[in-house]
Design a protein around this ligand. Sequence first.
Ligand SMILES: Cc1cc2nc3c(=O)[nH]c(=O)nc-3n(C[C@H](O)[C@H](O)[C@H](O)COP(=O)(O)OP(=O)(O)OC[C@H]3O[C@@H](n4cnc5c(N)ncnc54)[C@H](O)[C@@H]3O)c2cc1C
Length: 463
Amino acid sequence: MDMMKKVPVREQDPAVRAANFEEVCLGYNKEEAQAEALRCLQCPKPLCVQGCPVSINIPGFIAKIKEDDIPGAYAVIGESSTLPAVCGRVCPQETQCEGRCVRGIRGEAVSIGKLERYVADTARVMGVRPEGAKEKRSQNVAVIGSGPAGLACASDLAKLGYGVTIFEALHKAGGVLSYGIPEFRLPKEKVVDREIENVKSLGVVIETNVIIGKSVTIDELMEKEGFDAVFIGSGAGLPKFMHIPGEQALGVFSANEYLTRSNLMHAYEKGSRTPIYRAKKAVVVGGGNVAMDAARTARRLGAEVHIVYRRGEEELPARREEVGHAKEEGIIFDLLNNPVEILTDENGWVNGVKCIRMELGEPDASGRRSPVAVPGSEFVIDCDCVIMSLGTSPNPLISSTTKGLDVTKRGGLVTNEENEMTTREGVFAGGDAVTGAATVILAMGAGRKAARGIDEYLRKRNA
Ligand SMILES: Cc1cc2nc3c(=O)[nH]c(=O)nc-3n(C[C@H](O)[C@H](O)[C@H](O)COP(=O)(O)OP(=O)(O)OC[C@H]3O[C@@H](n4cnc5c(N)ncnc54)[C@H](O)[C@@H]3O)c2cc1C
């Protein structure tokens, strides 16, 4: 075995998987996981832990894999993370834990994400569950939204003994994990539903089909329904558009709508009653994880797919693994191009995207080089579908129906950095609802921080 290289992970063949929705990555078996675990140097000052936004004791859980103690490994991860089967699959490890792994200096970093996934999946098969509260507390907390932020906050509060109810607007819990990230990357029944079951096993109640701000307000929850504190983890589900001519044409979708139809409403399945447009040639605009997911979904539904992104390969914000998988599946990357107009036929249906070529100029505030249009370089990509994947922002429904909640110019809720309390006493917030669209692990970390803040707040109030 070459200790400088990762133990390769088994994956579905690209030619086969480009036409199905089953999970692409098949994960490690016991022998592969143990071989990969042996590559961990067990550093006394582990940089990987510093690279993890929730500081999982990575050498600790890998040492347990070496001993084949999976419940032990699961317990070590559980000290810091509520959703290991999810995070093992979707975290951008290359810029976090694996990006800091000492093995990566001369060779390839330890495959920390795949090992985390192995532990979570094996623990599921063994029936291992997280440990619940030892004693109950009398206070109740309402959590708004059942995405990673809400689930993490609810779990930690339930473990501390609080009564926790999650209110979710949709008919299914999980947030983006259920409605955004596709089955071929994050299986719903085996992974997402199971991790939600773990949260419920701690005593958390999940009420679906409740839109806070419409069905009931936060003020009512606190003043009439007996909740002592509230956590808002309502995400950033409002899609952004380019505001270019033709964007209202038939055949132009937001990635959110397109993916929700496919994932949450199962439109990709034969016999589904949810309609979805099966394009011949689709243009996906954007370069993040959402763009990759929309492109790979359209490909599986039968389309030739082009990703149009205004910066270059280096700047693609999507996880490296997703970009690699998209390429293997035949997605065409038209980089350094920007749409300027969407063209339509006589029926108002999209039949092309006019783009302009871009060059990279000086770095902008984000440190990435800014794209600059090349005059006179317009050209047209023929297509019958355009999927806009330009990011999302928080929905203003909750802030506009709750007294005393301040929001930033970008629509994120203002919170106190120390404990995630908003400008309204007793109301906390975290995840995409505060930061705008970010990552699962950051949302989970914020949910956990808010749970500590809520615990402290309620203890002080009770003292
Ligand atoms: C397609 C896609 C792919 C992604 N891929 C990755 C990836 O590979 N890796 C990664 O780390 N991150 C990825 N992300 C980002 C990541 O999923 C989010 O950052 C994360 O889910 C945010 O968690 P959250 O709990 O803050 O919000 P969400 O997951 O958005 O959950 C918010 C929940 O609140 C509910 N809600 C909203 N308003 C109300 C209301 N008024 N009342 C009641 N409930 C309400 C929503 O229905 C939703 O269920 C992806 C995002 C998308 C859309």
